[in-house]
Design a protein. Structure first.
Lengths: 226, 237
């Protein structure tokens, strides 16, 4: 068991070192998310609509789009120079590769979100600090679900010829339930409703996370097979 | 193998073709001649006898995709991959029919082509998932990789249905409450002749599913056979 965790942390560590050296993933994700938010601000009239109503949707669309860039990058990096073949030759369980990738995607996304949220607060003039605890829970649950399914599908789409196009086409319809859930929850949080009043949404998102991590563990062997 | 391919479709599918034809004829007669016109909605309500069976068939086809995908990953036999592929294609066709007949029915009754109601939304999402499934299949070359990837997506996609259902249900809904199977019991909300017509129509569509499945599977097997012969020819010359 200890060995298994070492393998996972080695993969995560490798991704971090690569990112620290190149710094291309984080900057592109951050700037892209910022651009998405700006485009939405230009396309909606903020003096007519309530910021707490459209804000959550804009925020999560930005996270989703920027996250897709991260996911596309994550396995493409491994495809270049045959790194993925190297990873698969390691006498490690295939699920270790999945979890390593899942964790590094998750952390990259969380860092990006951490920097986007203050900007969102300023642009939309909403107070996030008052409900920071419940907001953090929702962001963690939503991002985990996105990464669980996203890592599985990006490992799959990285082998296709049209990988950048296929990943969103495969991923977005499957993510709709969780997107509806987190946008609803974020909206309610901004209106000051406590987290205990939206247990059904939390249950939905949490079970989405658990089921898709489970399915990924069961099926990743069939995807990473040469 | 060769004899098998030639003989098999003849006997079984001739019976099935005739049976499907007869039941479909009965269904059409029942829908347009026998069944009384609904009091409030008028003749447009007859589209229900095509709308509901199409929806049933789409869900059934996607369920078969799910089962075949699991069996493929478990047993790794080409047969299950063929079943999943054939069923997904049929499912997408009938899911499209649901999305077409729905607005035609909704326009005179609700006054609008489309509303973001729970069942419409979930059918649309489902359609998108399985169109993506077919796109994935067309993007990859034939072989074990395509079959494995498609099987994973077939499983992941079907498991998404409960999540879609609850999320869009809590989001908003104003579809007519289920009338055939309601909390009051089976078929309480409908007239007997209407229920019978719906039953015949459901039968006809289900038979059509098996007919199309049989044809599609045979086509795929013939494709495999052609590939095999091509390779044989290539290596022997």
């Amino acid at each position: 068991m200890n060995l298994y965790f070492n393998q996972i942390s080695a993969i995560v560590w490798k991704d971090f070192v690569t990112e620290l050296k190149t710094r291309e993933l984080f900057s592109s994700m951050f700037i892209f998310a910022l651009l998405v938010i700006l485009i939405f601000i230009f396309s909606i009239n903020l003096s007519i609509v309530k910021a707490s109503e459209v804000g959550p949707g804009v925020l999560w669309v930005a996270f989703l789009f920027a996250g897709t860039i991260g996911l596309n990058r994550s396995f493409m990096l491994e495809k270049e120079n045959g790194c993925l073949t190297g990873l698969m030759l390691v006498p490690a369980d295939r699920t270790a590769i999945y979890f390593g990738k899942l964790i590094s995607n998750f952390i990259f996304l969380l860092i990006m979100e951490f920097f986007i949220l203050p900007l969102f607060m300023i642009f939309f003039n909403v107070d996030l600090l008052a409900h920071i605890g419940s907001l953090a829970t929702v962001v963690l649950l939503g991002t985990l679900g996105f990464c669980a399914l996203g890592t599985l599908l990006s490992s799959l789409s990285s082998n296709l010829k049209t990988r950048e196009i296929m990943l969103p086409i495969l991923l977005y319809p499957l993510l709709i339930p969780i997107v509806i859930g987190v946008v609803r929850m974020t909206g309610q949080i901004l209106e000051g409703i406590p987290l205990s009043d939206m247990m059904k949404w939390i249950g939905l998102t949490a079970s989405f996370d658990i089921i898709y991590i489970g399915v990924s563990i069961m099926t990743i062997d069939h995807i990473l097979e040469e | 193998m060769d004899q098998d391919l030639e003989k098999e479709p003849d006997e079984e599918s001739t019976v099935l073709i005739w049976l499907t034809g007869i039941v479909f004829f009965a269904a059409i007669a029942a829908i347009f001649i026998i069944v009384p016109t609904e009091k409030t909605e008028g003749p447009i309500q007859r589209i229900m006898y095509l709308h509901i069976p199409s929806a049933w068939l789409a869900f059934f086809a996607f369920f078969i995709v799910f089962i075949s995908s699991i069996l493929f990953l478990w047993k790794k036999e080409r047969e299950w991959d063929i079943y999943a592929h054939a069923s997904a294609e049929i499912g997408v066709v009938f899911c499209s029919l649901v999305l077409i007949t729905g607005p035609i029915w909704a326009k005179p009754i609700w006054g609008t082509w489309w509303v973001w109601d729970a069942r419409l939304t979930s059918t649309l999402i489902l359609w998108l998932i399985y169109v993506a499934y077919l796109m994935l299949r067309s993007q990859t070359d034939a072989g074990s990789m395509r079959a494995r990837y498609a099987a994973v997506l077939g499983i992941v996609g079907f498991l998404n249905i409960p999540f879609i259902h609850f999320s869009v249900l809590w989001w908003r809904t104003f579809h007519p409450q289920p009338k055939v199977i309601s909390s009051e019991g089976f078929g309480k909300g409908m007239d007997t002749s209407m229920l019978a017509t719906l039953g015949v129509s459901l039968c006809a569509f289900t038979l059509l599913y098996f007919l199309l499945m049989g044809q599609r599977i045979r086509l795929e097997r013939l494709k495999d056979e052609v590939d095999r012969l091509k390779r044989q020819k290539l290596y022997s010359s």
